[in-house]
Design a binder for this molecule. Structure first.
Ligand code: NDP
Length: 683
């Protein structure tokens, strides 16, 4: 591999100067050269904003979710190649698994969320409809549309694959074209994965661009509607965020910066308890995984003062056993730092830490199949801060390597206070089997943490660990950690979407949202709506049923069939002081009777009852009351159940049950699985 080509305005282009040489962090050999000289960044951004936006924003959330899945499958088939490159960054097999397959996993998770929870439209209706006037002729709701601009994503060097894919999972799913700028030192791995994404041909033109090397004047060209997602040092992040092109154009800026994460050992977790052992293992893993180059790594080890000696000796013993060396060797558990520059930076921070705290452990491991001279290897280092309320250095200085500091606490107040001294962290963990201790500490430290991870004997087997951000959980943290939010399930999409309040009549809102709104015109026809195939059902298709008079026998029989003998259905004498005047019909009977009235008994395209989304009972129904049902097609969801291979979609129906006085007694949304006419329509 020599010069990495950049992929901008639909072409693979080499920079036109010498560029920056990138090195194998294990052997010191030259791996590739990154160079962006001569690229026209303004043109690249415009290319994304125009062609990329047009091609991506017009697709539906479903289609974009499917693209994520197709890409992840395509990359998965080629993963061996990425592992081979990843070892050159100093990552072990386990480190690489998190980076590479963790990245693919994020795409899979988001494609699943899209399929299950997002609409088959290019926009997304957010939240419920609000009634804005007394008679309901003015309604309001919110819609989310892809922000009209490009997303520039600046990543750190530690996770060259996951770092790119976790950001793209939300931007691409939202319909926003993206330009990826990996950190230069490990950009050759990002490049390899990116190249395959482009070669797969799954993404439309303009959806994705890549630059490897200096960002030059890229950010000076940002415009309103664009966004920047930054992961890296707080100092660079702050500098970029305050650029006039960002602040004056209201460019959305998400920052994820360094963080002095902590882990607290509970007062209960004495030597001999499972929690003590879990703590030692967790801290060792966090110090040595990725050689400590993890934004979520444990930097501050907060321990009950009477257990300091025990923790210190157990941790040192555990760290001594970590085999460091060439990631290609099966013995190796900890690889190298990303490069010599990173090594020097960590060393500099270690020296600063030494000014106030004591280095109590400096690993002396011999390397497996590698040498300290050529590779960027560093052994684990453990500091002791015996006065953590006066020696602030451990709460201020982050050495981005296998470095952490032990510090004592007396009680819950002190533990939480120390946790918060990090001034905003991505994650803090509590390792304890004492629920009271955990509950008290957790809420006290929550204000300065993006995530709190609690570990004990009950969840240890399935634990994903202190340091693992998960796609369905928010990744980010307040204050020093940058104040950003990434992923967090569907919440992660909001950053890329423009929210617009829509106000209008029920008919207008139905037309815009493609969801039937109460009060909008109902379309009655001779053909029963259950006799229509999925393609033919139209939002607003309605049916008014015949009436059914509820009898006392109905109430008694339903009680017997269901075994529901709640007093209000059975005992006329027990109703004094209740909201009922007579024995009331069971709510579930009303819903069942409604189904009896609205279903079409004849075999037809409706395959099955698929569920119930919400159901409210507003008024009691007594023997002698006559109920009538209005069934209206509310929303069509283009997803089917693959089980028997019958192409189908889900139709949501609004069920409104009224009594003889036209008073609404029950409203529900029921779901049916409806067959499609054409098996070729994608489900
Ligand atoms: P930097 O902040 O220097 O770089 C982060 C990213 O920003 C890189 O892609 C870098 O590109 C880019 N960048 C730097 N300057 C500019 C600019 N003027 N315009 C646009 N992009 C720019 O961090 P490092 O990668 O050097 O890491 C240093 C520290 O960051 C670590 O020691 C650690 O404290 C923290 N960090 C935090 C992480 C987290 O996840 N929170 C992860 C990794 C690091 P280039 O590489 O080309 O300079």
């Amino acid at each position: 591999m020599d010069k990495l080509k950049n992929y901008i305005y639909g072409e693979w282009i080499e920079g036109n100067s010498d560029g920056t040489k990138l090195y194998n962090s294990v052997t010191g050999e030259h791996v590739a050269t990154a160079d962006t000289s001569g690229l026209d960044f303004a043109q690249a951004l415009d290319f994304g904003r125009t062609l990329g936006y047009k091609n991506l924003a017009s697709k539906t959330f479903y289609d974009r979710g499917q693209m994520l899945k197709d890409i992840a499958l395509y990359l998965l088939e080629r993963k061996k190649k990425y592992y081979e490159i990843s070892y050159k960054t100093g990552a072990t097999h386990a480190d690489s698994w998190v980076d590479i397959e963790g990245g693919f996993g994020t795409f899979f998770t988001y494609s699943g969320l899209a399929k299950r929870m997002l609409p088959n439209t290019p926009f997304w209706v957010d939240g419920d409809t609000q009634k804005l006037s007394a008679n309901g002729t003015l309604l309001g709701t919110h819609i989310l549309t892809p922000s009209e601009g490009i997303s520039v994503q600046i990543n750190a060097y530690n996770f060259p694959v996951w770092g790119m894919l976790e950001k793209l999972s939300t931007s691409l799913l939202s319909g926003v074209p993206s330009l990826v700028k990996p950190a230069t030192p490990t950009s050759y791995l990002t490049h390899a994965v990116f190249q395959d994404i482009i070669e797969s041909g799954i993404l439309p033109e303009g959806a994705l661009q890549l630059i490897c090397g200096s960002a030059g004047n890229l950010l000076e060209n940002m415009q309103s509607g664009d966004s920047v997602l930054f992961t890296g040092s707080a100092s660079t992040g702050k500098k970029l965020k305050s650029m006039p092109s960002i602040s004056e154009n209201a460019v959305r800026f998400n920052m994820e910066a360094d963080s002095l994460n902590c882990s607290i050992l509970g007062l209960d977790a004495k030597p001999g308890t499972p929690e003590f052992d879990l703590f030692i293992k967790e801290v060792r893993n966090e110090m040595t995984t990725k050689s400590g180059q993890k934004c979520t790594a444990i930097r501050r080890i907060i321990v009950p003062e009477n257990l300091m000696g025990d923790v210190q000796s157990a941790l040192i013993k555990s760290l001594d056993q970590v085999k460091i060396g060439n990631p290609l060797s099966r013995e190796t558990r900890m690889g190298a730092l990303a490069g010599k520059d990173q090594y020097s930076e960590v060393l500099e921070k270690i020296n600063i830490l030494k000014s106030e705290t004591e280095l109590i452990y400096d690993g002396k491991q011999e390397l497996v199949d590698a040498d300290y001279e050529n590779g960027a290897f560093m052994t684990p280092k453990l500091f002791l801060n015996d006065a953590p309320f006066s020696k602030n250095i451990s709460h201020d200085v982050e050495a981005f390597g296998p470095v952490s500091t032990l510090m004592p606490y007396k009680d819950i107040e002190e533990a939480a206070a120390l946790a918060k001294r990090g001034k905003g962290s991505l994650v803090g963990s509590i390792i304890s089997h004492d629920e009271k201790f955990v509950a008290e500490t957790a809420w006290k430290m929550a204000t300065s943490h993006g995530r709190i991870f609690v570990l004990n004997r009950n969840n240890a087997k399935e634990s994903t660990g202190h340091g693992s951000p998960l796609p369905t959980m928010m990744h980010g943290g307040p204050g020093r950690a940058g104040g950003g939010e990434e992923m967090g399930g569907l919440n992660g999409l909001h950053f890329f979407l423009q929210k617009t309040a829509i106000q209008g009549s029920p008919d207008v809102l139905t037309a815009i949202t493609k969801i039937y709104q109460v009060g909008a015109e109902k379309k009655f026809a001779d053909l029963h709506p259950f006799q229509k195939y999925f393609e033919d059902v139209e939002v607003g298709d309605s049916l008014e049923t015949a009436g059914r008079t509820v009898t006392d026998a109905d109430i008694v029989n339903f009680g017997n069939v269901s075994w529901d003998h709640f007093y209000a259905h059975t005992d006329e004498t027990s109703l004094t002081g209740t909201i009922f005047d007579q024995k009331v019909a069971h709510g579930y009977f009303i819903l069942s009777a409604a189904a009896g009235l609205f279903v079409s008994g004849k075999k037809g395209p409706v395959i099955a009852n698929y569920g119930l989304e919400n159901c409210n009972f507003f008024k009691p129904v007594y023997a002698g009351d006559t109920i009538t049902v209005y069934l209206t097609a509310k929303e069509k969801v283009n997803k089917g159940v693959k089980g028997r291979n019958v192409p189908s979609g889900v139709v949501k129906w609004l069920v409104e049950v009224v009594n003889q006085r036209e008073e609404v007694v029950c409203v529900a949304t029921i779901l049916t699985l409806v067959a499609k006419k054409s098996p070729f329509i994608k489900i």
